[in-house]
Design a binder for this molecule. Structure first.
Ligand code: AMP
Ligand code: FE
Ligand code: FE
Ligand code: ZN
Length: 288
């Protein structure tokens, strides 16, 4: 397995990873990763801590975010890079998502209790370690309390779409998600396109063209969840549209323990120059 020196997709405890931002950056330093993007779901709360640790451990930290947008039949996530993560407008938009999560979490508790699971919101909040609360924290509490044997089983039995305790979360349309990232000066990239579960090449091309028309700047061809044939297909789709061809491990710590930080498949072809090009395309000011 080849470890690439850059990794543009990672999660900390601020969303659904298990490492604190500084621990994540320290691990990146140990793995000799030159540039790491912190792309927590719906929040940039870990970026300052990560950048501070980046200076200590010699890792360049790219401020990022990952947002879930409305899409059927699969899952569409849009990554934002080099955003002005201190902009008030971005903070306000992300705060709306946090508010929606605060409304959603008690509903998940109610549904779990209706299934006979004894669980409180306090337990889940404590499991989150002070970051954003999401389904992975519910899953970990269910494992700890013995209601399920594994994290995966918690999703299968209770938390996944079509399971009894599932509550959807607030989402932007793809266009609004891309606009939010661009208004904050960021570059918008389609994350792990495989998860779109497009039913045909035509459908995939149509979706990608629609995103490009909305301002998409890149496509994540390399991901721990995409094999070589998929990577090649997504790379070609990106190249033919003059998009940035990016990659990342989608590291989540122990919540996805099979994924190693920095690893997006031995076939990944990414060079640090990509980071410079993306920085140049962004509105980043002073993000050195
Ligand atoms: P939330 O944003 O609260 O809806 O939680 C979504 C997160 O839950 C994802 O980013 C994954 O980390 C995790 N997740 C979703 N579905 C599954 C699954 N079937 N198995 C394991 N983890 C999952
Ligand atoms: Fe996640
Ligand atoms: Fe994702
Ligand atoms: Zn991710």
């Amino acid at each position: 397995m080849t470890i690439q020196p850059i990794d543009l997709h990672s999660h900390s405890r601020q969303s659904d990873g298990t490492l604190a931002p500084a621990e994540l950056v320290r691990l990146a330093g140990e793995k000799k990763i030159k540039a790491l993007a912190l792309t927590d779901h719906d929040t940039t709360a870990g970026v300052d801590e990560a950048r501070e640790a980046g200076r200590r451990f010699g890792v360049e930290i790219i401020p990022g975010v990952e947002i879930s947008v409305i899409y059927d039949p699969g899952t569409m996530h849009i990554l934002g890079y080099f955003l002005d993560y201190k902009s008030k407008q971005l903070a306000d938009a992300l705060e709306d998502f946090q508010e929606a999560r605060r409304e959603r979490n008690p509903l998940i508790i109610e549904r779990l209790r209706a299934e006979g699971v004894e669980i409180t919101l306090d337990e889940v909040v404590e499991e989150s370690g002070g970051g954003q609360v999401g389904r992975p924290h519910f899953a970990r509490v269910l494992v700890k309390k013995g209601y399920v044997k594994s994290f995966e089983e918690a999703f299968q039995k209770y938390l996944s779409k079509d399971s009894p305790a599932y509550v959807d979360k607030r989402r932007f349309t793809p266009e609004d998600g891309i606009r939010m990232i661009r208004e904050a000066g960021g570059v918008a990239v389609l994350a792990h396109p495989k998860l779109l579960r497009a039913r045909s090449a035509e459908e995939f091309d149509g979706v990608l063209d629609r995103l490009v028309a909305a301002g998409l700047g890149g496509i994540e061809a390399y991901s721990s969840c995409q094999n070589e044939a998929e990577a090649v297909r997504f790379r070609e789709a990106g190249e033919s549209r003059k998009l940035f061809v990016t990659g990342g491990s989608d590291f989540h710590g122990d919540n996805k323990s099979e994924v190693e930080l920095g690893n997006m498949g031995g076939w990944a072809r990414l060079d640090y120059s990509l980071v410079e090009s993306m920085r140049g395309a962004s509105g980043a000011r002073g993000l050195r």
